[in-house]
Design a protein around this ligand. Structure first.
Ligand SMILES: Nc1ncnc2c1ncn2[C@@H]1O[C@H](COP(=O)(O)OP(=O)(O)O)[C@@H](O)[C@H]1O
Ligand SMILES: [Mg+2]
Length: 166
């Protein structure tokens, strides 16, 4: 199931992430594709911030560029934010515990192409592309899981509605 949405500004991307965040749960995997500067981290940070803010927590969301993985305990939900750009040895994915986390945590994965055959089949692909102007992005969503697709679609329509009303 696929859908493309326009994210007219960094704020729109954040709004999409914040609308989606409360509806995400353990076992959801979002595979974030796009070139450097596409907005993958911006989106992931907004999801994590929203979940932490809902618990009254305002924390730094460091980039996992060098650690490959940053994890967060958001009450009973574990959130894993990973950036696999610098992954060299595919065995590292297993060492990091990422394979197990796909089942037990909410996982936000930048550069998921590095997973190769270890990419989870039920993961939703979110591909960020340049938009019509420098502050805009096109987000193409491809989610094989109907339930996760529905939650992504609901969040997308909230952004579209707000953009139209603005
Ligand atoms: N519509 C948009 N959505 C997300 N980020 C945007 C958008 N327009 C401009 N940007 C900017 O693009 C940059 C994206 O950086 P980042 O999220 O770190 O990219 P990536 O993780 O994909 O390399 C940020 O500086 C952000 O402010
Ligand atoms: Mg990034």
């Amino acid at each position: 199931m696929q859908l493309t949405i326009a994210l007219s500004s960094p704020g729109a991307t954040a709004r999409f992430a914040e609308t989606l965040a409360p509806n995400l749960r353990a076992g959801d995997v979002l595979l974030l594709e796009g070139e450097i500067g596409a907005g993958k981290s911006h989106f992931a940070r907004a999801v994590i911030s929203a979940r932490l803010a809902a618990l009254g927590r305002a924390e730094d969301i460091p980039s996992p560029t060098f650690t490959l993985v940053q994890s967060y305990e958001a009450a009973d939900l574990e959130i894993w934010h990973s950036d696999l750009y610098r992954l060299t040895d595919p065995g590292e994915i297993i060492e990091l515990g990422l394979i197990e986390a796909f089942d037990s945590a909410l996982c936000l994965v930048e550069w998921p192409d590095r997973l190769g055959p270890d990419a989870p089949a039920g993961g939703a692909l979110l591909r960020f592309r340049p938009g019509p102007d420098p502050d805009a992005r096109q987000l193409h969503i491809d989610a094989p899981d109907a339930d996760l697709y529905q939650r992504l679609k609901t969040a997308a329509s909230a952004v579209a509605d707000q953009d139209q009303g603005a």
